[in-house]
Design a protein around this ligand. Sequence first.
Ligand SMILES: NC(=O)c1ccc[n+]([C@@H]2O[C@H](COP(=O)([O-])OP(=O)(O)OC[C@H]3O[C@@H](n4cnc5c(N)ncnc54)[C@H](O)[C@@H]3O)[C@@H](O)[C@H]2O)c1
Length: 271
Amino acid sequence: MSAGRVQGRVALITGAAQGIGAATVRRFAAEGATVIAADIDDDAGTALAAELRARDLPVHYRHLDIASEAEWIAATAWATATFGGLDILVNNAGIALVKPIADTTLEEFRRVQRINVEGVFLGIKHGAAAMRERARRHPAGGAIVNLSSVLGMRGLPDNIAYGTSKGAVRQMTKCAAIEFAERGDNIRVNSVHPAITATPMVAAELEEWSASATLGTTDVSATRSAFAARLPLKRLGTPEDIAAMVLFVASDECAFTTGAEFAADGGRLAA
Ligand SMILES: NC(=O)c1ccc[n+]([C@@H]2O[C@H](COP(=O)([O-])OP(=O)(O)OC[C@H]3O[C@@H](n4cnc5c(N)ncnc54)[C@H](O)[C@@H]3O)[C@@H](O)[C@H]2O)c1
């Protein structure tokens, strides 16, 4: 059997219980990684890990609210005690908010930044600390992959809180990439920018976009078709499309790249 693309690497993936995170857990485990699947949805996360462990894949579920610094410290300490640290961190967990500016409360705006921005900052900070030792010893070092969005690069109505947070993820990626490179940490940091992808998050958003007629219709299936039609490839992404991009960026195949943006967007950013 040939070695997997992340063979022998220890990867922590946040927001791992469903959607893009769960697809990434499955792909990384299939490609030889030891995976720490972290989420706040303990039932779904435990079930995913149990399913994969039953197939002899080393996947461990860990409760981790990314907005809690204490939980990051505990999770990375556990990873260091159990596996000797991390090689890969995928900062995938995030929340959406579909609301016009006039209806977005300050508390709602702050909640999105607390999870999507502060959660990723804490991940970069504590994840990198758990990586440095192993990164010095591995020729390709460590890798952090942050899930931004096409909405971190372009606007969409009714998305001020979410778009702001994803723009911040894009910029945090570049700041961390350059700082770690200049310190000689041997830790790469890159961002992945999906366009609309068929996950539970988007199923909920389609309802909200329809309710607010963001794309000029209140019908959910017409809203979905309208989003697909805006993408040059004329379909929504799948969680597996995005997991494949995350895998490439995290793997040693991408060893010469840091601070970069990877679109997995059906052509959206080119159009
Ligand atoms: N689906 C898309 O169209 C799309 C497009 C661009 C970017 N993204 C980004 O990709 C990432 C994953 O999106 P998805 O569509 O799979 O989302 P999803 O809502 O389907 O899954 C997100 C997961 O994150 C978990 N989570 C939420 N808050 C958390 C917290 N505080 N701590 C830990 N876990 C938490 C949830 O329990 C859930 O399991 C997000 O960062 C999202 O912004 C998604």
